[in-house]
Design a protein around this ligand. Structure first.
Ligand code: NAP
Length: 280
């Protein structure tokens, strides 16, 4: 068996071990994946110990995503754009960093939800780690316009500036603003992504319903009961709600592909996970 793990703090409620071990079973890859609770000041030591034990790769979650990028010997362009890393591949002396969050969300929207993004108008709420990770892969889908709205407008502007060259290259209009301006800069959006932690914190939906065009897809990166408020809000205003469970499975699938060179059956595993959670 080749060993992989999740490193973070906290990790106890993570579904990553179940997802990755299910990918391994269904694809026949000799993979074992577990989770490691890493002391807040102990990420570098934990990573070295895992390498010494022959570990082949890991996912990295809060609060170590920046440290993981800093310890890498090589980082993908996705890491530079996102400013964070959630996947490390360990290959001899090499530590290769990547970020699969954004491509995970895009794969969930385009493959699992079947929504194409080319030429569409998109509102991305939140410019933290998740929002920054999503923006690059989103621009690569060539929507018409992306408005990045964040509670702290200057943070949205910083993240947008980092992506300006990619937006220009893809022919996408990219705007950054505070939350209060999200509704007035465009007459509604085809896709609204809540990549802020408003749902996690039990706060209300941070934008007015006028951002939703009829039939818009409205995604919250949160899943489980905490996402229900956003899902209900979207449905009540004529949008199609989607939670972040598909992104969770798809970002894991992209990590599995990076490690093993094999794309696991992510849609089947997402369906199983939804059933498992509903039963619980
Ligand atoms: P983060 O780096 O801490 O950023 C938090 C973001 O939320 C910031 O943009 C912050 O704005 C904003 N925010 C916080 N409270 C808010 C409120 N009450 N109203 C409006 N905006 C608020 O967190 P993150 O890593 O980006 O995570 C964001 C969310 O994505 C979390 O719910 C997380 O669980 C989820 N997530 C899901 C997946 C998945 O696979 N499904 C993966 C990654 C993350 P300021 O800049 O003004 O502080």
């Amino acid at each position: 068996m080749d060993n992989y793990c999740l490193m973070g703090n906290p990790v106890e409620h993570s579904k990553s071990p179940w997802i990755q071990n299910r990918f391994a079973e269904l694809s026949g890859e000799p993979v074992h994946y577990d989770k490691r609770l890493v002391p807040l000041d102990g990420f570098a030591a934990a990573l070295q110990a895992f390498r010494d034990q022959g570990g082949k790769g890991c996912n990295v979650t809060v609060p170590f995503k920046l440290q993981a990028a800093a310890l890498a010997t090589e980082a993908s362009p996705r890491v530079a754009l996102a400013g964070a890393c959630n996947t490390l591949r360990l290959d001899g002396d090499q530590i290769l960093a990547d970020n699969t969050d954004g491509v995970g969300l895009i794969n969930d929207i385009t493959r699992n939800a079947g929504v194409a993004l080319a030429g569409r108008d998109v509102l991305l709420i939140g410019a933290g780690g998740a929002g920054a990770g999503v923006l690059g892969p989103l621009l690569e889908q060539r929507p018409r316009r992306v408005v990045l709205a964040n509670r702290t407008a200057s943070r949205a502007q910083e993240v947008a500036a980092r992506h300006a060259a990619l937006a220009a290259q893809q022919g996408v209009e990219l705007l950054a603003c505070g939350l209060q301006d999200a509704a007035v800069t465009e007459a509604g959006f085809d896709l609204v992504i809540n990549a802020s932690s408003s749902s996690l914190k039990g706060a209300g939906v941070p934008v007015p319903a006028s951002v939703l065009r009829p039939g818009a897809l409205a995604c919250d990166l949160m899943y489980g009961p905490a996402a229900q408020g956003f899902m209900d809000w979207a449905a009540a205003h004529g949008a199609v709600p989607r939670d972040g469970l598909g992104m969770l499975v798809e970002q894991a699938a992209e990590a599995f592909r990076i490690w093993r060179g094999v794309r696991p059956p992510s849609a089947a595993v997402l369906a199983e996970l939804r059933e498992k959670l509903a039963a619980a």
